[in-house]
Ligand binder design. Structure first.
Ligand code: G
Ligand code: G
Ligand code: NA
Ligand code: MN
Length: 255
């Protein structure tokens, strides 16, 4: 049986779940938002998206899957909003979804249904989706922004993007790739790269998230560079919605 067939069946059988990883205020440790990360519960085992997202992208199954992710994450955000939390919700968008005509329509519908506060739904896209036909990307971003989307460039620094495009395109923030954060305390080059990204982002008025923060030493260094939002195992791994609620009930995730 092919993987594609299994994936198609899994969509029908609703075998997917979203986990949520907190984004936290670097100084206070308060939760500011969540990133939704898909998991496949297949015969009792959790399968990582790294194993099936690339295939889903090739086969166009990513469209119904991505649609489900967006709707489910927004619905969850609505439940947390109704429970009195003011959070952002980040959703990973694949290349086909981004280029497809339906995303703006779905976004409008989802925002209308959920009545999320403006600017709380973040789309994570990658540099490679924007390069190539930059004018087309600009039009897509403007349409989606008009529909209520906010955009972060995921894995920033690993792709190839021109700084002039960053200035031109309606992007709201950058997520610095965890490969740079990983060595930030030991390697002066990584530290310099992160400091340069942070200072450039501030000049361009972009928000910054540091991904993959695992230690207090990394947190301390990042905090000294400016207003950065922290994401990583130091605060929490991605967890099921119920466990995320337990995190929300704590005053702060970090001392
Ligand atoms: O959660 P984890 O770190 O295992 O994610 C592995 C990869 O899968 C990451 O690159 C992440 O961006 C991607 N990913 C996770 N959830 C989704 C999703 O809902 N849609 C898409 N397109 N990618 C996702
Ligand atoms: O590509 P994207 O940034 O969406 O990938 C998110 C992935 O990074 C998820 O699979 C998540 O589990 C993983 N991740 C999140 N925080 C950390 C961390 O602190 N360390 C490591 N190694 N991985 C992390
Ligand atoms: Na992401
Ligand atoms: Mn990333």
């Amino acid at each position: 049986i092919s993987m594609e067939y299994k994936l198609r069946k899994a969509i029908e059988a609703q075998e997917f779940e979203l986990f949520y990883q907190p984004l936290v205020h670097i100084q206070s440790g308060h939760i500011l938002g969540a990133e939704a990360l898909i998991r496949w519960r297949c015969e009792g085992k959790l399968i990582s998206p790294a194993e099936f997202i690339p295939l889903a992208e090739e086969s166009a199954l990513i469209l119904p899957l991505g649609d489900w992710v967006l709707r489910t994450a927004a619905h969850q955000a609505k439940l947390w909003q109704d429970a009195g939390h003011d959070l952002t919700m980040s959703v990973n968008i694949s290349s086909r979804q981004f280029s497809g005509a339906d995303l703006a329509v779905t976004l409008r519908e989802v925002l209308l249904d959920t009545e999320l506060r403006p600017g709380r739904l973040y789309f994570e896209i990658t540099e490679s989706m924007l390069m190539g036909d930059v004018s087309k990307a600009e039009t897509t971003l403007l349409n989606l922004r008009e529909a209520g989307g906010t955009f972060f460039l995921d894995d920033f620094g690993t792709g190839y993007s021109s700084l002039s495009y960053l200035k031109r395109l309606p992007i709201d923030g950058l997520k610095i790739d965890r490969s740079f954060i990983k060595d930030i305390t030991d390697d002066s080059d990584s530290r310099a790269i992160v400091a340069a990204i942070v200072s450039m982002a501030r000049t361009l008025n972009l928000r910054i998230v540091a991904e993959g923060v695992e230690t207090q030493a990394q947190r301390g260094l990042l905090a000294s560079m400016g207003p950065i939002v922290l994401q990583g195992y130091l605060a929490s791994r991605p967890v099921p919605a119920q466990d995320f609620e337990a995190l929300l009930s704590r005053d702060a995730l970090l001392p």
